[in-house]
Design a protein around this ligand. Structure first.
Ligand code: FEO
Length: 404
């Protein structure tokens, strides 16, 4: 796909990755894009590059607009590999270009490349770069999504080039929200946003709120948000900002997601009466088996739901390994404002349910104890107990949900 003008004199020159299905461990069934932008002005300026495998695509797209040797400025908003590993290819074509980057970003650039041969200018929040008729204002956004990160705001066009923020992993011929929603739906786009947020940005909710407040305080008018992944927001940029604020504030649906694994189907058997008990309390419920579901899908559904019940058999006195792996993954994502509980079966001594509860407390979840354990295989009485366990848990979830 060739270059595309998104604002007068500003072009998308990125690449579409239709094939990527694993993005550092996060499943991407819809592929992704690596978006970067070229400002054709008195001083030709490139904002971000792309993943190295796609260097030829972005160079060809730049050539559609200008000779790459004429690039005078290169802004690197973020040094993660998917956005800057073609920088050496670009610098070989435009060796005199000045790189604008945060101090922390330069440290990373030095580690990835021999950057001492390049002309580098460090920037911080409030610094500007004139491209001639346009002014780029830099906004540091540390931890969104790496410590080096920043965003670039083109004042005259009210355009926020937002790097990872507001992105989605979508490969599509549509470049804009209105085009994508015509082809698919706003629901599909919203799902992609939540998927991205849950798996990448969940730990940074407080920082996102603070950064959005800072942007508001600066009085920046924004009529287009152009992230480095996926769809550009031109029809309704306010929608994605509101979605981010909601997610940063911990918004969730009144739902319990049961996330479990099983050895000989006993823990799995327990999920059915527990699910029925939750429904009887009037709460939506979904059941996810870990070994049948990609981790990032389980994470997204967890994040969209107000509460989780973890089901784990006991294996050698501890949690089942796939459940332990899931909880370890969740610990890194530092979820807040979510309720949790645990259940499971055991054959010898038990212990996994208690361990799961302890682990979930460490994660920061609001854990309801005790959990529920069943010896060997649930019988009729156990099924009734499971139903009651699910119902009582759901009633607590209703009360908990009202706090938000
Ligand atoms: Fe798309 Fe943090 O990289």
């Amino acid at each position: 796909m060739g270059a595309l003008e998104i604002k007068p004199g500003i072009f998308w020159v990125g690449a579409i990755d239709w094939a990527v299905r694993d993005f550092h461990g996060y499943i991407t069934p819809n592929g992704t894009t690596y978006n970067n932008y070229l400002i054709k002005d008195k001083h030709i300026t490139l904002v971000d590059t792309v993943k190295h495998d796609f260097s030829d695509y972005t160079i060809d797209n730049i050539r559609d607009i200008v000779d790459p040797a004429k690039i005078e400025n290169i802004v690197i908003n973020h040094i993660e590999n998917d956005h800057m590993t073609s920088i050496d290819r670009i610098m070989a074509l435009a060796p005199k270009a000045v790189i604008y980057i945060t101090e922390r970003g330069k440290k990373g650039l030095d580690r990835f490349f021999d950057a001492s041969r390049w002309n580098i200018r460090l920037v911080k929040t409030g610094d500007t770069l004139s491209t001639g008729s346009k002014t780029i204002l830099f906004l540091e956004t540390p931890m969104l999504h790496w410590p080096d990160s920043m965003m670039s705001y083109v004042k005259e066009d009210k355009l926020l080039i937002s790097q990872d923020g507001f992105g989605q992993h979508i490969a599509s011929t549509a470049r804009f929200d209105d085009e994508y929603c015509d082809q698919y739906s706003i629901t599909a786009l919203e799902h992609a946003v939540r998927d991205y947020y849950a798996n990448i940005l969940m730990p940074f909710g407080p920082l996102i709120k603070a950064k959005l407040a800072e942007i508001q305080k600066l009085g920046l008018e924004i009529d287009m948000i152009a992230p480095d992944h996926g769809i550009i927001w031109r029809k309704d940029p306010g929608k994605i900002v509101k979605m981010y604020l909601d997610m940063a504030n911990g918004k969730a649906d009144l739902r319990v997601v049961i996330i479990y694994d099983t050895m000989w189907h006993s823990t799995e058997h327990m999920t059915i009466p527990i699910m029925e008990g939750i429904r009887a309390a009037g709460v939506d419920v979904e059941v996810i088996k870990l070994r049948s579901t990609p981790m990032s899908v389980a994470v997204k559904r967890f994040w969209e739901s107000r509460a989780m019940l973890v089901g784990t058999p006991t294996l050698n006195n501890i949690m089942f390994p796939s459940v332990a792996e899931f909880l370890a993954h969740l610990r890194g994502l530092r979820p807040r404002n979510r309720m949790a509980g645990a259940f499971g079966s055991f054959g010898w001594g038990g212990g996994a349910v208690k361990e799961a509860c302890e682990e979930m407390k460490k994660i920061g979840l609001d854990v309801v104890e005790p959990g529920m354990e069943v010896l060997y295989k649930p019988g009729r009485e156990d099924e009734k107990s499971c139903f009651e366990f699910g119902k009582q848990f759901a009633e607590k979830v209703i009360a908990y949900h009202q706090k938000f």
